[in-house]
Design a protein around this ligand. Structure first.
Ligand code: KIV
Length: 295
């Protein structure tokens, strides 16, 4: 059973810390628009306006083409719904790579538009940046493991941290991000036992995606949960309805109804008042009416 119906509390960063200390799993999904935000908000603790909007909704092969302008467009749509879940906005590629000033300006713009936090990808190399953002009162969620903006360095979307050295480096990165002030970490595409160890050594909550059951919480892309994509599904995805097929079948029924003349019916149409029928029936183009009078 979901949360709907219960008195829903507004989720804040201290709420998430409390959930971790209580062992209460944290639930996050993506939202890129107002419809998804309204559907998901009562069911989850966090809404991520993810740069995955690039490949999920905008037709790109990966997240690299996603810009600040695209992200703010989608963040604004989500914020207009007034969500009670905590909204995290993803920092897109090149929005935190050029200079600390540029990073603060971009992250700050997300907070000014209503997000409560930003997420950025990378480990020890981001520590100074995270400190700078946290100093500016901008809460930061880290993201380690399979970081989609590193698709070319990784040689594809591949599980990370699979040997001792890589696992050790990831533990170092996770600890460094926590010490720099991250309030939470996404762990994506890493072995479950490594994610469990990260979760154990950190005080801050970990949110897993393809990282096994022992994280402090889980995130899945909204469209994956609802089966809205007709593309390859990763092993870690669990789909609860075949949305793509169901929606296509529904649209097919509507198209059939239009073609058969069944749609729109009387109940789906507006009618003129009786008195206006004669006016409408007697209408002729202006010039023609004058010609009729002359003749
Ligand atoms: O953009 C995104 O959807 C993400 C999640 C996969 C964590 O970063």
């Amino acid at each position: 059973m979901g949360q709907a119906g219960a008195a829903l509390e507004r989720v804040t960063i201290p709420t998430l810390a409390r959930y971790k200390s209580e062992g209460r799993p944290i639930v996050m999904t993506t939202a890129y628009d107002a419809v998804a935000a309204r559907i998901a908000d009562p069911m989850v603790d966090m809404l991520l306006v993810g740069d995955s909007v690039g490949n999920v909704c905008l037709g790109f092969d990966n997240t690299l083409p996603v810009s600040m302008a695209m992200m703010t467009h989608h963040l604004d749509a989500v914020m207009r719904t007034g969500p009670r879940a905590l909204v995290v906005a993803d920092m897109p590629f090149l929005s935190y790579h050029l200079s600390p000033e540029d990073t603060v300006r971009n992250a700050g713009a997300f907070l000014q538009r209503g997000a409560a936090a930003v997420k950025l990808e990378g480990g020890a190399g981001r520590v100074d940046l995270v400190r700078r953002l946290v100093d500016c009162e901008i809460p930061v969620m880290g993201h380690l493991g399979l970081t989609p903006q590193s698709v070319h360095r990784m040689g594809g979307f591949k599980v990370q941290g699979r040997d001792g050295a890589a696992a050790h480096a990831l533990l170092d990165d996770a600890y460094a991000l926590q010490e720099a002030g991250c309030f939470s970490l996404v762990l994506e595409g890493i072995p479950a036992d490594l994610a469990a160890r990260v979760t154990e050594i950190l005080d801050i909550p970990t949110i897993g995606i393809g990282a096994g059951p022992d994280c402090s919480g889980q995130v899945l892309v909204f469209h994956d949960i609802l089966g809205l994509l007709d593309s390859h599904r990763a092993k870690f995805v669990r789909t609860y309805i075949e949305g793509f097929d169901l929606l296509r079948a529904a649209l097919g029924r509507w198209a059939e109804d239009v073609r058969s003349g069944d749609f729109p019916g009387e109940g789906e149409s507006y009618r003129l008042p009786e008195a206006a029928h004669a006016v409408v029936a007697g209408w002729v183009p202006k010039g023609m009416a004058e010609q009729d009078e002359e003749a």
